[in-house]
Design a binder for this molecule. Structure first.
Ligand SMILES: Nc1ncnc2c1ncn2[C@@H]1O[C@H](COP(=O)(O)OP(=O)(O)OP(=O)(O)O)[C@@H](O)[C@H]1O
Length: 259
């Protein structure tokens, strides 16, 4: 990564949280496809600094594919603007260098044979050396268990610890936007509190958070706004008022509701 790019990432993520400002990430007409089969058909969304947008929807709705297309790991199209620049045709690495970090489903970004510390070092390696220790402290203050498990192989951690490490690794580059695919999947409810606190800390720092979630009650705790995907299209979008009633929201796309 060039020095200039590092500066861009830093200046975006250092912005004070102000949800009234322009979005940190603005996506328009996002599509995703596997070979010639199109599974996401033109989704618009935006997330401001200090805001969390949850992507809800049933199995197979296209949540993972859409996040993958935004991150550049699934084929697709559409605009992905970060800080005003369209990164939608860049490689996944170039998007990461522009401030977009992705935590895939099932913590797929961690290196199981490496220690916790080595994983975090991998995440930090592209950050300016002068900023690495402060970012490491930020990550370890958010997830103190990772300090305790410093020398353990990532592959032997519990699911919750692995999720914390996956987020810690993704934060290494001090991103402006964190995209997470079903972070609560398969985790014990006790870990939900830790994730909620972590997301609140990231929002307070001014990051924009975009995540897919199957667990609507958990999404309703952490999200400021939501979209519901169905068959690759947005079937509904809304905010805190709807999120106060997660059962009703889940009924919109589960159990055959005819919304
Ligand atoms: N690697 C792939 N190759 C071909 N088709 C795929 C692939 N991954 C997903 N699909 C298809 O794309 C569509 C959207 O799937 P996707 O996994 O994005 O949905 P999802 O909402 O994330 O569901 P889930 O919560 O079950 O992961 C589905 O029809 C799925 O079968």
């Amino acid at each position: 990564m060039t020095r200039a790019t590092e500066t861009t990432v830093q200046s975006i993520s250092a912005a004070a949280p102000d949800t009234a400002k322009d979005p940190v990430i603005a996506c328009a007409g996002i599509t995703a496809r596997y070979n010639r089969i199109s599974v996401v058909h033109g989704v618009d969304l935006e997330v401001r600094a200090g805001e969390l947008l949850a992507v809800l929807g049933p199995n197979g709705a296209g949540k993972s594919s859409m996040l993958g297309a935004i991150a550049g790991i699934v084929s697709g199209g559409g605009e992905v603007r970060i800080g005003g620049t369209d990164i939608g045709r860049m490689s996944a690495n170039a998007r990461a260098a522009r401030g977009l970090s992705f935590v895939p489903e099932q913590r797929g970004n961690i290196f199981p044979a490496m220690s916790v510390r080595e994983n975090i070092d991998v995440g930090l390696r592209l950050l300016d050396p002068g900023e690495r220790e402060a970012q490491r402290d930020f990550i370890l203050d958010m997830f103190p268990i990772l300090k305790v498990r410093d020398k353990a192989h990532a592959g032997v951690l519990s699911g919750g610890e692995q999720q914390m490490l996956a987020i810690g690794l993704a934060l290494g580059r001090n991103p402006a936007v964190l995209v997470l695919d079903e972070p609560s999947q398969g985790l014990a409810p006790a870990v939900f509190d830790i994730l909620e606190n972590a997301f609140n800390a990231l929002k307070a720092r001014g990051l924009a958070l975009l995540l897919a979630e199957q667990n609507v009650p958990f999404a309703s705790r952490i999200a400021d706004r939501y979209i519901i995907l169905s068959q690759g299209e947005v079937m509904r979008r809304g905010g805190k008022d709807d999120l106060k009633n997660p059962e009703e929201l889940a009924d919109v796309f589960m159990g055959g509701a005819d919304n």
